[in-house]
Design a protein around this ligand. Structure first.
Ligand SMILES: NC(=O)c1ccc[n+]([C@@H]2O[C@H](COP(=O)([O-])OP(=O)(O)OC[C@H]3O[C@@H](n4cnc5c(N)ncnc54)[C@H](OP(=O)(O)O)[C@@H]3O)[C@@H](O)[C@H]2O)c1
Length: 275
Protein backbone atom coordinates (compact mmCIF):
# COMPACT_ATOMS: atom_id res chain seq x y z
CA UNK A 1 0.00 0.00 0.00
CA UNK A 2 1.44 3.35 -1.08
CA UNK A 3 0.41 6.90 -0.25
CA UNK A 4 -0.09 8.80 -3.49
CA UNK A 5 -1.20 12.37 -4.17
CA UNK A 6 -2.68 13.13 -7.62
CA UNK A 7 -3.65 16.55 -8.94
CA UNK A 8 -6.37 16.93 -11.56
CA UNK A 9 -8.26 13.70 -10.84
CA UNK A 10 -11.82 14.81 -11.55
CA UNK A 11 -11.59 13.97 -15.25
CA UNK A 12 -9.52 12.35 -17.97
CA UNK A 13 -6.22 10.63 -17.21
CA UNK A 14 -6.06 11.71 -13.56
CA UNK A 15 -9.52 10.31 -12.84
CA UNK A 16 -8.70 6.96 -14.45
CA UNK A 17 -5.44 6.76 -12.48
CA UNK A 18 -7.15 7.75 -9.22
CA UNK A 19 -9.78 4.99 -9.54
CA UNK A 20 -7.17 2.41 -10.55
CA UNK A 21 -4.82 3.19 -7.66
CA UNK A 22 -7.69 3.30 -5.14
CA UNK A 23 -8.95 -0.11 -6.31
CA UNK A 24 -5.42 -1.49 -5.91
CA UNK A 25 -5.73 -0.58 -2.21
CA UNK A 26 -3.40 2.40 -2.11
CA UNK A 27 -4.02 5.41 0.09
CA UNK A 28 -4.86 7.96 -2.61
CA UNK A 29 -5.34 11.67 -2.05
CA UNK A 30 -6.93 13.54 -4.93
CA UNK A 31 -6.68 17.25 -5.56
CA UNK A 32 -8.86 19.26 -7.92
CA UNK A 33 -10.78 22.52 -8.15
CA UNK A 34 -14.41 21.39 -8.19
CA UNK A 35 -15.82 20.45 -4.74
CA UNK A 36 -18.92 18.93 -6.41
CA UNK A 37 -16.90 16.61 -8.65
CA UNK A 38 -14.64 15.64 -5.73
CA UNK A 39 -17.65 14.83 -3.55
CA UNK A 40 -19.16 12.59 -6.24
CA UNK A 41 -15.87 10.70 -6.73
CA UNK A 42 -15.36 10.23 -3.00
CA UNK A 43 -18.90 8.85 -2.70
CA UNK A 44 -18.29 6.40 -5.56
CA UNK A 45 -15.05 5.19 -3.98
CA UNK A 46 -16.24 5.13 -0.37
CA UNK A 47 -15.18 1.50 0.04
CA UNK A 48 -11.55 2.50 -0.58
CA UNK A 49 -8.86 4.47 1.22
CA UNK A 50 -9.29 7.77 -0.61
CA UNK A 51 -9.32 11.39 0.43
CA UNK A 52 -10.01 14.48 -1.63
CA UNK A 53 -8.90 18.06 -1.17
CA UNK A 54 -10.17 21.09 -3.06
CA UNK A 55 -7.47 23.39 -4.40
CA UNK A 56 -7.32 25.77 -7.32
CA UNK A 57 -3.85 25.57 -8.83
CA UNK A 58 -4.25 29.03 -10.36
CA UNK A 59 -4.57 30.53 -6.89
CA UNK A 60 -1.40 30.53 -4.86
CA UNK A 61 -3.07 30.91 -1.43
CA UNK A 62 -5.15 27.82 -2.23
CA UNK A 63 -1.91 25.90 -2.88
CA UNK A 64 -0.38 27.08 0.41
CA UNK A 65 -3.45 25.87 2.33
CA UNK A 66 -3.31 22.59 0.42
CA UNK A 67 0.27 21.92 1.49
CA UNK A 68 -0.60 22.61 5.15
CA UNK A 69 -3.48 20.12 4.88
CA UNK A 70 -1.25 17.48 3.31
CA UNK A 71 1.29 17.87 6.12
CA UNK A 72 -1.51 17.17 8.62
CA UNK A 73 -3.10 14.26 6.73
CA UNK A 74 0.09 12.33 5.95
CA UNK A 75 2.66 13.08 8.68
CA UNK A 76 4.25 9.67 8.02
CA UNK A 77 5.21 10.69 4.50
CA UNK A 78 4.35 10.46 0.81
CA UNK A 79 5.43 7.77 -1.66
CA UNK A 80 4.43 9.50 -4.88
CA UNK A 81 3.27 12.93 -6.03
CA UNK A 82 1.60 12.88 -9.46
CA UNK A 83 1.42 16.38 -10.96
CA UNK A 84 -1.24 15.82 -13.57
CA UNK A 85 -3.62 18.82 -13.70
CA UNK A 86 -3.32 21.18 -16.66
CA UNK A 87 -5.37 23.46 -18.87
CA UNK A 88 -5.31 24.85 -22.42
CA UNK A 89 -7.57 27.94 -22.50
CA UNK A 90 -8.42 29.36 -25.92
CA UNK A 91 -7.87 32.95 -24.96
CA UNK A 92 -5.19 34.54 -22.87
CA UNK A 93 -6.01 34.46 -19.17
CA UNK A 94 -4.02 35.97 -16.33
CA UNK A 95 -3.96 34.75 -12.72
CA UNK A 96 -4.56 37.03 -9.73
CA UNK A 97 -0.79 37.01 -9.22
CA UNK A 98 -0.31 38.38 -12.75
CA UNK A 99 1.12 35.29 -14.49
CA UNK A 100 -0.13 33.85 -17.76
CA UNK A 101 -2.67 31.20 -16.68
CA UNK A 102 -1.06 28.13 -18.28
CA UNK A 103 2.36 29.15 -17.00
CA UNK A 104 1.05 29.27 -13.42
CA UNK A 105 -1.32 26.24 -13.48
CA UNK A 106 0.72 23.89 -15.69
CA UNK A 107 4.21 24.87 -14.53
CA UNK A 108 4.58 27.12 -11.46
CA UNK A 109 2.09 25.14 -9.37
CA UNK A 110 3.98 21.94 -10.27
CA UNK A 111 7.20 23.52 -9.04
CA UNK A 112 5.62 24.84 -5.85
CA UNK A 113 3.87 21.60 -4.95
CA UNK A 114 6.89 19.43 -5.77
CA UNK A 115 9.24 21.57 -3.68
CA UNK A 116 6.77 21.89 -0.80
CA UNK A 117 6.19 18.17 -0.31
CA UNK A 118 9.89 17.21 -0.43
CA UNK A 119 10.04 16.69 3.37
CA UNK A 120 7.08 14.27 3.05
CA UNK A 121 8.62 12.47 0.06
CA UNK A 122 11.95 12.27 1.86
CA UNK A 123 10.41 10.11 4.60
CA UNK A 124 9.52 7.43 2.00
CA UNK A 125 12.32 7.81 -0.57
CA UNK A 126 9.50 8.96 -2.81
CA UNK A 127 8.98 9.88 -6.46
CA UNK A 128 7.53 12.83 -8.35
CA UNK A 129 5.76 12.08 -11.63
CA UNK A 130 4.62 14.94 -13.86
CA UNK A 131 2.33 14.49 -16.84
CA UNK A 132 4.10 16.21 -19.73
CA UNK A 133 3.46 15.64 -23.44
CA UNK A 134 5.34 14.95 -26.66
CA UNK A 135 3.77 18.23 -27.81
CA UNK A 136 6.79 19.75 -26.01
CA UNK A 137 8.90 18.76 -29.04
CA UNK A 138 7.27 21.55 -31.03
CA UNK A 139 7.95 24.17 -28.35
CA UNK A 140 10.59 26.88 -28.64
CA UNK A 141 12.70 27.89 -25.68
CA UNK A 142 12.51 31.68 -25.86
CA UNK A 143 14.51 33.28 -23.05
CA UNK A 144 12.87 36.61 -23.85
CA UNK A 145 9.34 35.26 -23.49
CA UNK A 146 9.40 32.34 -21.07
CA UNK A 147 5.73 32.84 -20.15
CA UNK A 148 4.78 32.79 -23.86
CA UNK A 149 2.64 35.91 -23.45
CA UNK A 150 3.65 37.65 -26.68
CA UNK A 151 1.05 37.05 -29.43
CA UNK A 152 -0.78 34.51 -27.25
CA UNK A 153 -1.61 31.25 -28.91
CA UNK A 154 -3.10 28.53 -26.68
CA UNK A 155 -1.07 25.69 -28.17
CA UNK A 156 2.21 27.62 -28.16
CA UNK A 157 1.70 28.39 -24.51
CA UNK A 158 0.64 24.79 -23.73
CA UNK A 159 3.62 23.27 -25.58
CA UNK A 160 6.01 25.47 -23.63
CA UNK A 161 4.53 24.45 -20.29
CA UNK A 162 4.82 20.79 -21.27
CA UNK A 163 8.46 21.44 -22.19
CA UNK A 164 8.95 23.07 -18.80
CA UNK A 165 7.41 20.02 -17.07
CA UNK A 166 10.29 17.86 -18.35
CA UNK A 167 12.96 20.54 -17.82
CA UNK A 168 11.80 21.06 -14.24
CA UNK A 169 11.93 17.34 -13.42
CA UNK A 170 15.44 17.23 -14.92
CA UNK A 171 16.53 20.30 -12.91
CA UNK A 172 15.13 18.91 -9.67
CA UNK A 173 17.04 15.64 -10.17
CA UNK A 174 20.33 17.42 -10.82
CA UNK A 175 20.01 20.02 -8.03
CA UNK A 176 17.57 19.85 -5.12
CA UNK A 177 17.09 16.06 -5.21
CA UNK A 178 20.73 15.17 -5.79
CA UNK A 179 21.54 14.59 -2.14
CA UNK A 180 18.21 12.84 -1.45
CA UNK A 181 16.72 9.50 -2.36
CA UNK A 182 13.81 11.15 -4.17
CA UNK A 183 13.57 11.03 -7.97
CA UNK A 184 11.51 13.01 -10.46
CA UNK A 185 10.04 11.80 -13.77
CA UNK A 186 7.91 13.01 -16.67
CA UNK A 187 5.34 10.99 -18.60
CA UNK A 188 3.92 11.35 -22.11
CA UNK A 189 0.46 9.77 -21.88
CA UNK A 190 -0.13 9.69 -25.65
CA UNK A 191 -3.19 11.11 -27.42
CA UNK A 192 -6.02 10.46 -24.98
CA UNK A 193 -9.74 11.07 -25.39
CA UNK A 194 -10.35 13.59 -22.58
CA UNK A 195 -12.19 16.93 -22.39
CA UNK A 196 -9.03 19.02 -21.79
CA UNK A 197 -9.35 20.93 -25.08
CA UNK A 198 -13.00 21.78 -24.45
CA UNK A 199 -12.56 23.64 -21.15
CA UNK A 200 -12.13 27.44 -21.14
CA UNK A 201 -12.28 26.90 -24.91
CA UNK A 202 -13.95 28.60 -27.84
CA UNK A 203 -16.58 26.50 -29.67
CA UNK A 204 -14.18 26.15 -32.58
CA UNK A 205 -11.27 24.94 -30.43
CA UNK A 206 -13.56 22.54 -28.56
CA UNK A 207 -14.86 21.17 -31.89
CA UNK A 208 -11.34 20.61 -33.24
CA UNK A 209 -10.17 18.98 -30.01
CA UNK A 210 -13.10 16.50 -30.11
CA UNK A 211 -12.34 15.76 -33.76
CA UNK A 212 -8.59 15.40 -33.11
CA UNK A 213 -9.03 13.04 -30.15
CA UNK A 214 -11.54 10.78 -31.92
CA UNK A 215 -8.57 8.52 -32.64
CA UNK A 216 -7.19 8.97 -29.12
CA UNK A 217 -7.00 6.17 -26.58
CA UNK A 218 -9.29 5.71 -23.58
CA UNK A 219 -7.72 7.18 -20.39
CA UNK A 220 -7.43 3.64 -18.94
CA UNK A 221 -5.02 2.80 -21.76
CA UNK A 222 -2.70 5.68 -20.81
CA UNK A 223 -1.77 4.51 -17.33
CA UNK A 224 1.08 2.02 -17.79
CA UNK A 225 3.92 4.56 -17.32
CA UNK A 226 2.42 5.76 -14.05
CA UNK A 227 2.06 2.21 -12.77
CA UNK A 228 5.60 1.38 -13.83
CA UNK A 229 7.05 4.47 -12.12
CA UNK A 230 4.92 3.98 -8.99
CA UNK A 231 5.57 0.23 -8.62
CA UNK A 232 9.26 -0.12 -9.60
CA UNK A 233 11.18 -1.45 -6.58
CA UNK A 234 14.16 0.83 -7.19
CA UNK A 235 14.03 4.25 -8.83
CA UNK A 236 14.03 3.82 -12.64
CA UNK A 237 17.04 5.48 -14.29
CA UNK A 238 15.52 7.52 -17.11
CA UNK A 239 13.58 10.76 -17.05
CA UNK A 240 10.78 10.57 -19.63
CA UNK A 241 8.38 7.66 -20.26
CA UNK A 242 5.63 6.56 -22.64
CA UNK A 243 3.74 3.28 -22.19
CA UNK A 244 6.19 2.25 -19.45
CA UNK A 245 9.26 2.71 -21.68
CA UNK A 246 11.88 5.44 -21.63
CA UNK A 247 11.55 7.71 -24.66
CA UNK A 248 13.54 10.63 -26.08
CA UNK A 249 12.76 14.21 -25.21
CA UNK A 250 13.60 17.37 -27.18
CA UNK A 251 17.34 18.02 -27.56
CA UNK A 252 17.07 21.57 -26.21
CA UNK A 253 16.37 20.06 -22.77
CA UNK A 254 19.93 18.70 -22.74
CA UNK A 255 21.31 22.24 -22.77
CA UNK A 256 22.33 23.06 -19.21
CA UNK A 257 21.95 26.78 -19.84
CA UNK A 258 18.30 26.37 -20.87
CA UNK A 259 17.51 24.29 -17.80
CA UNK A 260 19.30 26.69 -15.47
CA UNK A 261 17.54 29.70 -17.00
CA UNK A 262 14.11 28.18 -16.54
CA UNK A 263 14.88 26.88 -13.03
CA UNK A 264 16.14 30.29 -11.93
CA UNK A 265 13.06 32.09 -13.35
CA UNK A 266 10.81 29.50 -11.69
CA UNK A 267 12.46 30.03 -8.30
CA UNK A 268 12.29 33.84 -8.74
CA UNK A 269 8.59 33.64 -9.67
CA UNK A 270 7.85 31.39 -6.69
CA UNK A 271 9.59 33.96 -4.49
CA UNK A 272 7.27 36.71 -5.76
CA UNK A 273 4.28 34.44 -5.10
CA UNK A 274 5.34 33.72 -1.53
CA UNK A 275 6.10 37.36 -0.63
N1 LIG B 1 -5.48 14.28 -23.32
C1 LIG B 1 -4.35 14.17 -24.03
O1 LIG B 1 -4.34 13.72 -25.19
C2 LIG B 1 -3.05 14.55 -23.39
C3 LIG B 1 -1.87 14.37 -24.14
C4 LIG B 1 -0.65 14.71 -23.57
C5 LIG B 1 -0.61 15.19 -22.27
N2 LIG B 1 -1.76 15.36 -21.57
C6 LIG B 1 -1.65 15.86 -20.19
O2 LIG B 1 -2.38 15.00 -19.34
C7 LIG B 1 -2.76 15.71 -18.16
C8 LIG B 1 -4.21 15.46 -17.86
O3 LIG B 1 -4.97 15.98 -18.91
P1 LIG B 1 -6.37 15.38 -19.38
O4 LIG B 1 -6.29 15.29 -20.85
O5 LIG B 1 -6.72 14.19 -18.59
O6 LIG B 1 -7.31 16.64 -19.05
P2 LIG B 1 -8.65 16.83 -18.23
O7 LIG B 1 -9.58 15.68 -18.46
O8 LIG B 1 -9.16 18.18 -18.53
O9 LIG B 1 -8.15 16.78 -16.71
C9 LIG B 1 -7.47 17.86 -16.14
C10 LIG B 1 -7.68 17.84 -14.65
O10 LIG B 1 -7.04 18.99 -14.07
C11 LIG B 1 -7.99 19.70 -13.28
N3 LIG B 1 -7.69 21.12 -13.24
C12 LIG B 1 -7.66 21.99 -14.27
N4 LIG B 1 -7.37 23.23 -13.84
C13 LIG B 1 -7.20 23.15 -12.51
C14 LIG B 1 -6.92 24.10 -11.49
N5 LIG B 1 -6.75 25.41 -11.75
N6 LIG B 1 -6.83 23.67 -10.21
C15 LIG B 1 -7.02 22.36 -9.91
N7 LIG B 1 -7.31 21.41 -10.83
C16 LIG B 1 -7.40 21.81 -12.11
C17 LIG B 1 -9.32 19.41 -13.98
O11 LIG B 1 -10.42 19.75 -13.15
P3 LIG B 1 -11.92 19.93 -13.78
O12 LIG B 1 -12.48 18.52 -13.82
O13 LIG B 1 -12.58 20.81 -12.80
O14 LIG B 1 -11.76 20.51 -15.14
C18 LIG B 1 -9.15 17.92 -14.23
O15 LIG B 1 -9.35 17.19 -13.06
C19 LIG B 1 -2.42 17.18 -18.44
O16 LIG B 1 -1.20 17.49 -17.78
C20 LIG B 1 -2.23 17.24 -19.94
O17 LIG B 1 -1.33 18.26 -20.31
C21 LIG B 1 -2.98 15.06 -22.09
Amino acid sequence: MKTIVITGMTSGIGKALFYDLAKKNNHVIGIARSPEKLKAIKAELNAYNVETLTADLSDFSSLETLVQKLEKIIPSGLDVLVNNAAIVPSSKMTTNAGFEMQYQVNHLSVAYLSLSVLPLLDKKNGRIITTASNAHKRAKFDVHDLEATKRYHPLRSYMRTKLYNIMLMFSLNETTLKQTNIKAYAVHPGLVKTPIGTKHASRMHAFFWRLFTKRGMHPNEALSSYHYLIDAKTHPENLYYYQARAIKYAKLIDHQKNRDTLFQKTKDDLKTLTQ
